[in-house]
Design a protein around this ligand. Structure first.
Ligand SMILES: [Zn+2]
Length: 463
């Protein structure tokens, strides 16, 4: 740990924001072991404060809460909570400024704005307080404590260049030699003296990423799953490994078992993933002893609901409904993110934080059959990854009859390889569709730098 005091080596003394973060972390190091019932009792206390604030300050919520039988000053119960209707992205989008509080308690800090396209492509804009940001940072520190072997390690980051970088930093990050900073920055550097950070923009070729990684021999890589897939493809074809590497941390897109297996096969390291959204903050972190995800109950309430809005039992998939507990600037009460997840049971690690076995895909990862039936679509990444020429791919529903598989390839596919791609699609979808293969050099990312595995050009359906 670093010390905030000049010429002072030991024992470390933290002051300022780092001290606040570590004091909070001390509490979180206990609450992770609490029982589910203990956690829910405290969540209800925080929800009571949030709901009371929303009924008094935001007419949009006051009307919805009154309709659910919740009046200002009445005690909140889990029964009354379950009567609050789910808030969809479209409702958030159309309510616009009506969802923002004109004023929040001064001790919640300043307010900023974040926008998210999410996984459904419905853009939403919310305001966030400094208090909500503090909870975000506290979860980042918890992720470090759960998963990082050493904070003095070196880190290669391959993401879209942040907007707050200086022009010189942006230019460096977008060049093939990248940008090097002495420390990781962010909330980690408020607490520890971290190792160096080497960053390169993700809008470059796999060969450039891999040369950059070899040049810096990092202990950790931080990137998106679709970028990782490109790196693994390139490394496997060239027989490249990174001997110093300990783990790959990811963000943004979903990590599936096939990618975890491929990463172990090719580079011999594990993936550390989490589940977050700009408008809600962190939702879940990977368990330190498995690939399941622990809900961050101290910062948000997560409900996994079926189509009739009842909680699903463990082992079953449902819609992810999130309520961030501390953001009074734009309260999101029972917000439907647009993702689906499989609810878990008690985790063998002993933590009481609820478990999500996996994020099973985004609601948009559905294709519609000619008869109108919607099907969740899982592509067999592992079979496709065996075709060495395929660097990346995207499945696009063009209309009710036609599916296009867009493939970024290193060379034209052989007839046998093209037949394998078709067979993977038929195995997943049946024979309802004409399947066309088309080829490109590289598949365009979204503005947020994501590569959605499935995209639909059908007129958008209500969510
Ligand atoms: Zn666990």
């Amino acid at each position: 740990m670093r010390s905030s005091i000049a010429q002072h080596a030991w024992p470390p003394i933290l002051t300022g924001p780092g001290a606040t973060l570590m004091a909070l972390q001390h509490h979180l190091s206990n609450t992770q072991w609490w029982s589910a019932a203990q956690l829910r009792d405290q969540q209800l206390r925080q929800l009571t404060a949030l709901v009371d604030f929303a009924t008094r300050n935001i007419p949009f919520h006051a009307n919805r809460l009154r309709a659910a039988g919740i009046e200002p000053g009445t005690p909140l119960t889990w029964h009354s909570w379950s009567r609050i209707p789910v808030l969809t992205r479209r409702e958030v989008q159309s309510a616009g400024d009506a969802l923002h509080a004109a004023q929040i308690p001064a001790s919640h800090g300043r307010v900023g704005e974040v926008a998210s396209g999410g996984s459904t492509g419905v853009p939403v804009r919310v305001r966030k307080s400094e208090l909500a940001d503090l909870m975000w940072q506290a979860t980042q520190i918890r992720e470090e404590l759960w998963h990082r072997e050493a904070v003095t390690s070196s880190l290669v980051v391959i993401v879209r260049t942040p907007k707050h970088f200086t022009e010189a930093q942006k230019k460096a990050s977008k060049s093939s030699s990248g940008l090097t900073l002495p420390h990781w920055g962010g909330s980690q550097s408020q607490i520890w003296t971290t190792g160096p950070l080497h960053m390169i923009d993700l809008d470059q070729s796999a060969e450039t990423y891999v040369d950059f990684i070899i040049g810096h021999a990092p202990h950790y890589i931080y990137t998106t799953p679709s970028t990782l897939r490109l790196i693994l493809w390139h490394c496997r074809n060239r027989g490249i490994t990174f001997p110093a590497l300990r783990a790959i941390w990811t963000r943004s897109e979903t990590v599936d078992d096939a990618l975890r297996d491929l990463c172990r096969d090719v580079l011999g390291v594990r993936i550390v993933s989490n589940y977050s959204a700009a408008e809600t903050g962190y939702i879940a972190l990977q368990c330190p002893s498995s690939t399941a995800l622990h809900v961050q109950s101290e910062t948000c309430l997560v409900e996994i609901l079926d189509a009739a809005s009842n909680p699903v039992p463990p082992g079953t998939c449902g819609r992810v409904i999130v309520t961030p507990l501390h953001n009074f600037a734009t309260p999101l009460l029972r917000y439907e993110l647009g993702d689906e997840a499989e609810a878990g049971d008690q985790c063998p690690c002993g933590r009481g934080l609820p478990l999500l076995n996996r994020i099973v895909g985004r609601t948009l990862d559905h294709l519609t059959h000619p008869d109108g039936r919607r099907q969740q679509f899982f592509v067999d990444h592992y079979s496709l990854s065996k075709i060495r020429a395929v660097k990346e791919y995207q499945v696009i529903q063009k209309n009710l009859q036609r599916i296009e598989v867009l493939l970024a390839v290193a060379r034209p596919l052989t007839n046998e390889e093209a037949a394998t791609v078709r067979a993977v699609l038929v195995a997943a979808l049946g024979t309802d569709f004409e399947i066309d293969l088309s080829y490109c050099e590289r598949i365009p990312r979204t503005a947020a730098g994501k590569l959605p595995p499935v995209r639909s050009e059908l007129p958008q359906q209500p969510t």
